[in-house]
Structure formats: C-alpha cells, structure tokens
Unconditional design. Structure first.
Ligand SMILES: [Zn+2]
Ligand SMILES: [Zn+2]
Length: 336
C-alpha cells in the first residue's frame, strides 16, 4: 500500500523545502531532517547557500521544534549547489563542524580541495568546440552561466560515503544506494522495511533529471556516459518495492513505476526524433541540439547539449549511430 507525507513524522522524517532560483530544477529543493537513534538530527542534503535558503532551513528547524546544534552528521545526495551549498553555513550556525559524507565520484565537486569550475572550463570549451558549437555561442553561453557557483561554499572536510552502507536512525534503517546518472556519484537512501526511497534528483515527479555532460578530471571524453548510466540506475530503481518517494525537489509521491515508465517513453521518443533527424543528413552535436531545441537560448546551451549528447551516446552504444571525426569536429550519422 502506498504511503503519504503524513506517514513521515511517525518515522522521524521531516521535509524542509528550501527556495532556489532555478525554475528548471522542479521546485524548491528538499532538506530532510531525520531523528537519530539516541537523539540528534541527521541531515539528508543541506540546501542552497543563499541567505534565503539558509533562513528557510533555520525556519524549518524551528517548525519541527529542533535546533541546528542537534545536527550530528550530514549526507549529501550529490555534488550540486542546491544540495550541498548551505552545509558550511549550517555548521557555522550550529557552532561546530559535523562529519559530511558524499560519494567519492562527487567529492571533487563539494570539497574545498576539489578542482574549481573555472579550472575545468577550458576542458569543457574544447569539448563543446568538438561538438561543433560556434565561438560566438560559446562566449555568450559563458557569460550567462556561472552565477550559481556563488550560491555554495565548498566544504573543508568531506568523508567518502560507502554504497551498501546501512544507516541506523531512531525509527528505521536505510541503505545507501549508488545511482549514477544525474551525477556520477548520486546517492539514494532506501528504507526497505517501509518502502521509503530518498531519491534526490535521481527520480523527480515532474521533470526529467538532466543527464549532465561530464568529462574526466583531465578533460577525458567518455569517462562517464550520463544517460546510459542513468537508464541502468532507473532499471534498478524500478525493481524496488517503493511505497513513497522522497525526492530532491517537490512533494513526496508514490507510484514510482509510472514516473519511471513516463521517463523511459520520453527518452524513447527523443531517440526516435534523433534517428529521424540523422536520417536526413549527418549532424554535429550542436546542429542536432539546435534541431531538438530550436527555442533554447545560449544560457541553456550546457543543458541542451547534454541532453542531445546523452541520447546520442545511448544510440551509439546500441550501434544505431556512428561518430565520425574530421576537422576537429564530430559528426554523427545513422549506422548502416
Ligand atoms: Zn542535481
Ligand atoms: Zn537538485
């Protein structure tokens, strides 16, 4: 039988919605406060590091009658600013740091010692050029992104989270699941006894989690194939007997299989459209992106190219599309 949000308080789970300025994310980001065995509060995600977001977490703690200094440990579902950005500020307000855990594959995104985005930008620019993005579009796109990175503070000490690890709370236990796709190190929490899945951005009710283009540490291409990994993770998620999903954005929902089947048919339609477009003539990644998203602006470039490339990589892996290289640019054509 399905559960509802009303079933969370008896499990010692409290959802704190936190406002974020990214409308495409699927609504406010959720911070979950979970009652620890023997007292204290476990935090699943920290929220964005903006003043409004930090105030929303503090207000959420007041609402549930708890204090920030009760926080014992923080687990981060993945290395995106809206999920880890407030961790340092919350620990400062708490008065002392607590252990912060993240999957090793996302550690570099949140740790103070990790590479800065600006150090990685040249790799991504070179990659986007190979996908056929014109210089003027790159320049315009670079001007329009980057603001989000002021909304997060990197964390001085981060500990690697271990997939398969069991976390014991006051009224339930959960297993840490690695569900790569949305990011390489995305984690979910799975309470098998109650059928509760903390899904983070792996599974959202209203939006498809963007499989975001990801290069290796030295700019290596193909080190992580986001949509391929995502579809594998989705198949594992579909098999779980979930009664309630606690997502990274928006209210809880049940019937995870209907949401997953909707996503699978969404990607099937997208891939059919790509085969249709490549049936007319071979295209660069950028030409394909423009054909798929004719109304997207330069600020959306990274997300739209990621979406196009993720689907192309799936078709390549199935042997339906072939990549050819010439003049420093890739062209994709139908196989056969
Ligand atoms: Zn995310
Ligand atoms: Zn998010």
């Amino acid at each position: 039988m399905a559960l509802t949000e009303a079933d969370l308080a008896p499990l010692g789970i409290h959802r704190i919605p936190v406002p974020i300025p990214f409308p495409q994310a699927g609504g406010p980001v959720n911070v979950y406060a979970v009652e620890e065995r023997g007292g204290g509060i476990f935090l699943w995600d920290a929220g964005l590091g903006s003043p409004e977001a930090i105030a929303a977490v503090e207000e959420g703690f007041r609402r549930i009658g708890r204090r920030l200094d009760e926080v014992t440990r923080i687990y981060l579902s993945h290395g995106h600013v809206d999920h880890y950005g407030a961790a340092v500020a919350l620990m400062e307000r708490r008065g002392a740091p607590v252990p912060v855990h993240v999957h090793p594959a996302d550690l570099g995104k949140v740790a103070e010692s990790g590479p800065r985005w600006r150090e990685r930008i040249p790799h991504y620019l070179a990659h986007l050029r190979r996908l056929g993005v014109p210089e003027e579009v790159l320049e315009q796109g670079a001007r329009e992104v980057g603001g989000g990175f002021r909304l997060a503070r990197r964390i001085p000490a981060v500990e690697p989270a271990a997939p398969g690890e069991r976390l014991a709370f006051d009224r339930f236990e959960a297993e840490v699941l690695h569900m790569p796709g949305h990011t390489p190190g995305l984690l979910c929490l799975w309470d098998a006894a109650h059928g509760v899945l903390f899904s983070a951005d792996h599974l959202l009710e209203k939006v498809s989690p963007n499989p975001i283009l990801e290069l290796g540490p030295k700019g290596e291409e193909g080190a992580f194939l986001p949509l391929l990994r995502y579809l594998e993770s989705l198949a594992r998620t579909r098999a779980l007997p979930v009664r309630l999903v606690l997502p990274g954005h928006g209210p809880p929902f049940d019937d995870h299989r209907a949401v997953i089947d909707g996503l699978l048919s969404f990607y099937r339609r997208r891939q059919a459209r790509i085969r249709e477009l490549l049936g007319e003539r071979p295209l660069t990644g950028y030409e394909l992106t423009c054909a798929l998203f004719p109304r997207a602006g330069p600020g959306d470039l990274f997300l739209t190219v990621s979406e196009a490339m993720g689907n192309l990589e799936v078709l390549e892996a199935r042997g339906e599309v072939v990549r050819e290289s010439g003049g420093g640019v890739y062209r994709f054509r139908l196989a056969g």
